[in-house]
Design a binder for this molecule. Structure first.
Ligand code: OAD
Length: 241
């Protein structure tokens, strides 16, 4: 593995994470062997059309994932990103995650952009109010306004949250880090190319080379929980010297 790349003291960093960062916490990824999309029909459980056709099935899928997410704990990769944020001057770090599991928050990260939503929240299909999901949700949960609730997650065919803000962050950063994402789902998969063409150094940590490997300047192959703590330690040393 190549030596870790240095950072300058006032470097603005944006990190993008995907399912791979939570794999060592016991959360299944989507496209690896035995991943979620090998067990479930993505069109049935993760599209607006699927919800329209069979909302009970969709709710069962997300309730199961929500219950599981409550039981799992962050791993050293989540903690490393939280530590990096604490050590950088305010405003110099942003975390964009495609994950809906809530593990970055549990690890102490603060500046989190949940571009694909959060399992722990629900949204009304009528009044659009977003709320924390109660502990036990019935088969077809309803909003106080009477409307059917849906999971507050982004489905295929929908636009992720806060895209204008995310593009601004990607354009302004000088170091773009991607961790545990296959680089197959847009728009997130396009961020690394956008960061690079906007002048950032790009760094990747992944078990396998992702689809967008071409745009990654420094690639560290392996498990996020094993590589990220060392990478962050190295960056902490750079900031001190
Ligand atoms: P994927 O399942 O597509 O990719 C996970 C990536 O993590 C793969 O490249 C693995 O090699 C890598 N990986 C696995 N274990 C790892 C580990 N311990 N350390 C580092 N890397 C590891 O998941 P995402 O890229 O997050 O969207 O998928 C993107 C989106 O597609 C998801 O947010 C979800 C999904 O369909 C929606 O549901 C809308």
């Amino acid at each position: 593995m190549e030596a870790f790349v240095d950072i300058a003291p006032r470097t603005k960093i944006v990190a993008l994470t995907g399912a791979g960062i939570s794999a060592e916490s016991g959360v299944p990824t989507f496209r690896d062997k035995g991943g979620i999309w090998q067990q479930y029909d993505v069109m049935a459980v993760a599209t607006p059309e699927g919800f329209e056709r069979d909302p009970r099935l969709v709710w069962r899928f997300y309730n199961e994932r929500r219950k599981h997410a409550k039981l799992v704990q962050p791993n050293p990769a989540h903690y490393a990103l939280a530590r990096l944020e604490q050590l950088l001057p305010e405003g110099n770090f942003a975390l964009i995650t495609q994950n809906v599991d809530g593990l970055h928050r549990k690890a102490g990260s603060k500046s989190i952009h949940h571009m694909h939503g959060e399992l722990a929240k629900v949204r009304c299909t009528v009044c659009h109010a977003v709320r924390e999901a109660p502990e036990d949700l019935p088969d077809l949960p309803r909003c106080p306004c009477g409307g059917l609730l849906r999971p507050h997650v982004v489905w295929f065919g929908e636009i992720p949250f806060d895209m204008d803000k995310l593009y601004q962050l990607v354009e302004e950063c000088r170091l773009f880090l991607i961790v545990g994402t296959s680089g197959m789902v847009h728009p997130a998969a396009g961020f690394v190319a956008h960061a690079k063409t906007s002048g950032a150094v790009t760094v990747g940590v992944n078990l396998e080379p992702p689809e967008n490997r071409f745009y990654i300047d420094h690639f560290y192959q392996g498990k996020a929980g094993e590589i990220l703590p060392g990478l962050v330690d190295h960056w902490v040393q750079c900031l001190k010297s």
